[in-house]
Design a binder for this molecule. Structure first.
Ligand code: GLP
Length: 260
């Protein structure tokens, strides 16, 4: 996987936003895979700025989010639909009909998940998927032990993830234990992935994902099988990578035509 080392989250967000801009300019009808969590927030802020100041147009773009909590309404402030509206959808010219998240209130989980997969396929597949990483190496909500070939389905969160996501809920309010998430197989089908990780707390997950063995213990390690994944990692999150110097050399010597 390609590794781009950046100073901090701000520089990481700018770098990731350039990938999105170039993708949308190349193909105005791009299908984007979106993520939640605190990591992509500065990326979305930058995309909103590009929309306002540089005419980046989302009118032809379709989006699919990785995941949604199961059992909460879309207008619940803890829901990922609410998060996406707040951080991106309400601020750019995405057509509401082109925006997709799993429905956390579906009555029929199995058929809804199969429909979500079919919708991605019908849209032509995801061109560019952004990913954060959990402290335990999860991507989307694919917790350790997830099948590396999994498709969209219901999953049970680990206590670590529940604790980490408590910040997005009111104090004392319960974080849902169940979620609907694209599978690792679904993510690997994307044409390009951007894995973002900022801060010391992500260092061990990143070391395992980028340089560790391919294992369901670290679901993000499955990205090693993906032909076009770029990891954008800040100084702190990269601190346990053994090949840091090599990644820097690769970056410095990257041919002009490969730069985004
Ligand atoms: C949640 C999301 C993931 C995200 C992870 C990390 O579990 N489902 O997509 O990558 O949190 O969150 P943060 O970016 O807040 O560290």
């Amino acid at each position: 996987m390609e590794v781009i080392l950046v100073r901090d989250a701000a520089e990481g967000a700018l770098t990731a936003a350039r990938y999105f801009k170039s993708q949308i300019q190349k193909k105005p009808t791009s299908v984007l895979g979106l993520a939640t969590g605190s990591t992509p927030i500065p990326l979305y802020r930058e995309l909103i700025r590009m929309h306002r100041e540089e005419n980046l147009c989302f009118s032809g773009v379709t989006t699919f989010n990785l995941d949604e909590y199961f059992g909460i309404a879309p207008d619940h402030p803890g829901s990922y639909r609410f998060f996406m509206k707040q951080h991106l959808f309400d601020h750019v010219n995405l057509h509401p009909k082109h925006v997709h998240l799993p429905d956390g209130q579906t009555q029929n989980v199995e058929s809804h998940c199969a429909e979500y997969e079919a919708l991605i396929k019908k849209g032509g597949g995801i061109d560019l998927q952004v990913l954060g990483i959990g402290h335990d190496g999860h991507i989307g909500f694919n917790e350790p032990s997830s099948s590396l070939a999994s498709r969209t389905r219901i999953k049970t969160l680990t206590q670590t993830t529940v604790n980490a996501n408590q910040q997005f809920f009111r104090p004392g309010e319960q974080v849902p234990r169940h979620v609907l998430t694209m599978g690792i197989g679904t993510i690997l089908d994307s044409r390009q992935c951007l894995l973002l990780a900022f801060g010391k707390a992500k260092a061990s997950a990143i070391a395992l994902a980028v340089e560790g063995p391919l294992t369901a213990k670290c679901p993000a390690s499955a990205l090693q099988l993906h032909p076009k994944t770029t990891a954008i990692i800040d100084h702190d999150a990269a601190s346990l990578l053994a090949l840091r110097e090599y990644y820097r050399e690769v970056q410095t010597n990257k041919p002009e035509w490969q730069r985004v």
